[in-house]
Design a protein around this ligand. Structure first.
Ligand code: DI6
Ligand code: FE
Length: 400
């Protein structure tokens, strides 16, 4: 099955080309689920007579969008905490009143896998409706083997129910469950020595994440989990330097992490180490906005040292109830000062790199998967500039 999308402006995101790798009067050809050709329409290969030809009428084609950091599988919501914070309560007060991550742990544990799938599907659909073709989903609201398994299985099932690639990440080192009674070392031992090997054996995780923060786990505790991940052959990533600088970025780089995420408090040594290790900086403007953070991630340092920059929703019930990559790009531009090119690369090519999928998706190049988003816009900047408007015309996943 060969398909040709012609009469389009094609933003290839090919790194070998300047900017977004834009091709005017371009075309994309897919054989089955792979791209066979991307280039000027004038250079289309011959022998495409029997192909299905789609006239894009001048629309913009980009790679399908990639959300490389979400906690999309959860039950219930935390709108009550939001209201408490609006009324002046601090995050600590909310937590003492039974809120925070542990309230989502209670809700997830009480929900069946079917129920989790049912509640999470509309969030995935929202991402898909804006052109997402690959979505990462973390566990971390189960915090015991049975419930982490349930969350990861639910995430995998979402990928069977919808035409989208789901990548799952085990985030056992996210928070302390009540039954751990405050003994962080003992809980980390359980995560590293019991939960992670069992999850790996079941093949339920594509990567391993942790939350390195004063209110969560120390660099030493995270290192224990990362050592185990390494020995099991699983790549790692890290929630780092979100609320304080525990040098999480440098820790992630030391382990050759795919990415370190958040990074508001990262210093120059951290930015440099990440660039050197090839760990992608995943910025999450939705969480920055929602918790009214004022310290911006050090974009100038990332640019100076050539650290790769991705963007994601961080979709979660507590600090970023966001299901729009378009709005994420707008926030990254407005709040962080990212350029249009950085924003678009951040939700395509660099997001793919942050998932270890750079050879498969994220750019439009022959040999990669035919994941496309076709937009009713003239210029790429329109995708970043508007708020609450979805100009997606069509989405193609694996050539379909
Ligand atoms: N950092 C965050 O912002 C979220 N998790 C994390 O590690 C918070 C998740 C939540 O509050 O439910
Ligand atoms: Fe997160």
């Amino acid at each position: 099955m060969t398909k040709v999308w012609r009469n389009a402006r094609v933003a290839t995101l090919d790194e070998a080309l300047p900017g977004l790798g834009l091709i005017e009067k371009g075309a994309v050809v897919a054989h089955g689920e792979r791209i066979a050709f991307v280039g000027a329409e004038a250079d289309l290969p011959t022998g495409l007579g029997k192909s299905e030809i789609i006239d894009c009428e001048g629309r913009l084609i980009t790679p399908g969008l990639i959300d490389c950091h979400t906690h999309l599988v959860w039950a219930g919501n935390r709108a009550n905490e939001f209201e408490m914070r609006l009324a002046g309560a601090t995050y600590e007060e909310v937590t003492r009143a039974g809120g925070g991550i542990v309230s989502s742990v209670s809700s997830l544990r009480a929900a069946s896998e079917d129920e989790l799938v049912r509640q999470s599907l509309p969030r995935l659909d929202a991402l898909i409706s804006e052109g997402a073709t690959t979505v990462e989903i973390k566990s971390g609201y189960g915090l015991d083997l049975e419930n982490e398994k349930k969350a990861l299985s639910a995430a995998r099932r979402l990928g069977e129910l919808r035409p989208v690639d789901i990548r799952t990440t085990f985030l056992g080192a996210h928070a302390m469950p009540a039954e751990a009674a405050g003994d962080k070392d003992a809980f980390i031992a359980k995560v590293a020595d019991e939960m992670l090997p069992a999850i790996a054996k079941l093949g339920l995780a594509d990567a391993v994440d942790g939350f390195c923060e004063g209110i969560a786990f120390s660099p030493e505790q995270i290192a224990r989990v990362f050592d185990r991940a390494k020995s099991l052959g699983l790549p790692v990533k890290l929630h780092a330097d979100q609320l304080s600088n525990l040098h999480g970025a440098a820790l992630a780089a030391r382990y050759g992490a795919l990415s370190a995420d958040h990074l508001e408090y990262t210093d120059e040594a951290g930015a440099m180490a990440m660039a050197k290790a090839g760990s992608v900086a995943v910025l999450l403007p939705g969480a920055f906005y929602f918790i009214r953070e004022t310290k911006k991630p050090p974009l100038d340092l990332f640019r100076k040292h050539g650290t790769k920059l991705a963007l994601a929703t961080d979709c979660n019930p507590g600090t970023s109830p966001l299901t729009s990559l378009l709005l994420t790009m707008n926030m990254a531009a407005t709040l962080f000062g990212m350029t249009v090119d950085e924003c678009l690369a951040g939700v395509t090519r660099e997001a793919a790199r942050a998932l270890g999928l750079a050879d498969e998706v994220g750019t439009l190049q022959a040999g990669k998967r035919a994941d496309l988003a076709i937009w009713d816009v003239e210029r790429p900047a329109e995708l970043v500039y508007r708020m609450g408007f979805n100009p997606l015309h069509a989405r193609v996943w694996r050539g379909q």
